[in-house]
Design a protein. Sequence first.
Length: 260
Amino acid sequence: MPGAGFHSVPHFSRGRGQQVNGIVIHQFAGGTVAAVQNWLRNPASRVSYHFGVGRNGEIRQWVDTADTAWATGPVNGRTIAIGHEATNQPLTEAQLNATARIIRWARGAHRQIPAGRNGLSGHRNWMQTNCPGDPIMRQLDELQRRSTGATPAPPPPPPPPAAPPRMEPTMLIDFGSGEVLIGLPNGARAARLASGGPLRVEWSYPRRPGGPGAPRTTWDASQSPIDRARTDASVPSDQFGLLRLRRISGAAPCYLTWIF
Ligand SMILES: [Zn+2]
């Protein structure tokens, strides 16, 4: 393949017994391309790949694709073997791009290799082996995509911003010694109180000094169930930004919800 450094290794068969019609992906599981090359040259190895791809995207060609590499047992005669520097890790970006380049070139040189995804397989699709690891098996679709130059589907547009909440979460009022001051949230139109049992509460909005006296409203929940024991109070414009609540009688829990 043009652009790939060719480094001959001894173990392969001259020619092809069959039409080349597939590409098989392998992982080296532990070795760098340089170390694997040393092993392929060892008389004891009896193994070879057409290509090896390093983590950095370096491509080494070890066997001409017109010849048969010894990598994938029963389908050696009709496949091209590409080994990868990886140990049950995913291929790097550089490896994905380099291998996609090999696949693209191989389809041009061997026209019987299907253009579709079924032209690609993993070693483990043919034999009892853990080669390649799951992360690489999951990348075969991505290799196919890159090898055909197809662009991925554009990401969906971001969802429209959520409508501002109409209410804040209801909170339980702790009266403490009997009176509590609560800061008014920005834009609150009213406060809604609810209680499930006997409770009398006085509420008012403290006014600025010199302004009219703070009107006080008494709310009696003693006879009302929680879903009906509700009173809204408009927030006056000249208040301090506080709501004052005072328990007059009763010990039932009191819930407050701001309305915007
Ligand atoms: Zn393998």
